[in-house]
Design a protein around this ligand. Structure first.
Ligand code: ZN
Length: 145
């Protein structure tokens, strides 16, 4: 097996998604080729990092744990008012804004799709009311004078 072929299969080798024969071929090549086994080590490392990041992203418990730990550290240390009071408040604000903008965007999106669906039904109705009010306005105005 060529190095190029092995390299293209390394990720599948790590995920154990190769056929048995291919697994053996890659394994054999890795045991004889330093370059490819180095490549495998790098790939393994990179995938480990990605997995860790994934875990942190989907685990809110991790986030609250980290925030709590950070808070405790802040409370233990006798740091100036800014880092002890203002920073946590700012962090909380940023956190709320992140959540709020998520909800806002979600609501906006829902409104948009609703509007798209209903605009054809509602628009003629509103247009009618609008022109009637304007007509009545002019009529009433005329009556008063
Ligand atoms: Zn090789």
């Amino acid at each position: 097996m060529k190095c190029k072929t092995v390299n293209s299969k390394l990720i599948f080798y790590l995920e154990k998604e190769l056929l048995k024969d291919e697994m053996v071929l890659v394994e054999n090549h890795l045991s004889t080729c330093n370059r490819c086994s180095e490549h495998l080590a790098l790939l393994k490392n990179a995938m480990g990092v990605i997995d860790k990041e994934k875990m942190q992203a989907v685990n809110p418990y991790f986030l609250s744990k980290t925030l709590n730990r950070w808070k405790e550290e802040q409370e233990e240390s006798s740091s100036p008012v800014f880092t002890r009071v203002v920073m946590p408040a700012l962090l909380g604000l940023v956190f709320l804004m992140a959540i709020g903008s998520g909800i806002f965007m979600g609501a906006n999106f829902a409104k948009d799709s609703e509007n798209l669906q209903q605009s054809n039904v509602i628009d003629p109705y509103f247009n009618e009311i609008d022109s009637e009010t304007i007509e009545l306005f002019f009529l009433n105005d005329g009556y008063h004078e």
